[in-house]
Ligand binder design. Structure first.
Ligand code: ZN
Length: 299
């Protein structure tokens, strides 16, 4: 997961805005059954075409990625950060039904992160749980529905919210693709657990990113030591690879958090994979030069 502050640059989908009265009624009557999934999923237009306006706006904001695991997903689900109908950790709660159409509570998620194998209705917190909506003169207080505002922020959720938190420094990766939470509050660890971010397909996909970098470096070293390529070609290939790692840290890229970690911890995660101290020294030095802008390439 990486942080995302792009929602402010997009209009709230009309479908949600149009549902304001229904939203008010759900908050007042506590009628969870009135929550209409069609509002998130799509609508039939006059021409018979489906328009997934809520989903597609979230998709655009999140660069077609699952907000939790960062896989590319062109048909993400509209996930409720705070679950709308039940809370696993509190059987008496009944869910945050009054946040059903709250824009800051909606996040695009892949099917697996959203459902029972992943997050489901889990929402563990460190603070005091909010159990009902706030009203101001009989009207739902929308400011108190926003994820970054009290009283919700004071729940101190374990699960990171990409639009409220800066989760980038709360995780580390292993060379087998495993992700681990490292922040002192344990939010990273809980986020990994809640969304099951070490499930096999994610582990393998992240490991293949690391393996791919290693294989390019390893092959380049072999060609250089076997005199198949000269020093300039060797540096050129490494330069291109280092640039590729940098490009992959961009928010629109799959697993960008992994690439951010590799960029910042190259010596710890990539260098130890190389077989000899000599290989390690050469590549370490080249990476240092790349970072300093002194990996000069001769013609
Ligand atoms: Zn996911």
């Amino acid at each position: 997961m990486i942080s995302n502050n792009r929602k402010k640059d997009f209009e709230i989908p009309k479908r949600l805005v149009d549902a304001t009265t229904k939203w008010e009624n759900i908050a007042k009557t506590r009628d969870k059954e009135a929550i209409n999934d069609a509002i998130y999923k799509g609508m039939i237009t006059a021409k018979g075409e489906k328009q997934y306006t809520v989903r597609d706006t979230l998709k655009a904001i999140y660069y077609n990625k699952c907000a939790y695991c960062e896989i590319i997903d062109h048909k993400p689900e509209v996930e409720h950060y705070r679950p709308k109908k039940a809370v696993t950790e509190d059987k008496n709660h009944g869910g945050y039904y009054w946040l059903c159409y709250e824009w800051t509570n909606l996040i695009p998620s892949c099917h697996y992160c959203n459902t029972d194998g992943g997050k489901g209705n889990q929402f563990p917190i460190m603070g005091t749980r909010v159990t009902s909506p706030s009203f101001e003169n009989g009207v739902l207080d929308k400011n108190k529905c926003k994820a970054a505002n009290p009283p919700l922020i004071d729940e101190a959720p374990y699960l990171f919210h990409p639009e409220v938190d800066k989760p980038e420094t709360a995780f580390e990766f292993r060379d087998n693709g495993a992700i681990r939470g490292i922040d002192h509050l344990g939010r990273g660890r809980q986020t990994v657990k809640i969304c099951n971010l070490n499930r096999t397909n994610l582990l393998e996909a992240r490991q293949s990113v690391i393996d791919n970098y290693y294989e390019i470096i390893s092959t380049t070293l072999k060609f250089y030591f076997d005199n198949i390529i000269d020093y300039n070609a060797f540096k050129n290939i490494l330069n291109l690879l280092f640039k590729k790692i940098k490009i992959n840290t961009k928010p629109e890229k799959k697993f960008s958090l992994l690439s951010i970690f590799i960029e910042n911890n190259f010596d710890e995660i990539i260098i130890p994979l190389l077989e000899t101290p000599k290989q390690q020294l050469i590549v370490k030095r080249a990476y240092r030069q790349f970072q300093n802008g002194t990996l000069i390439l001769k013609d």
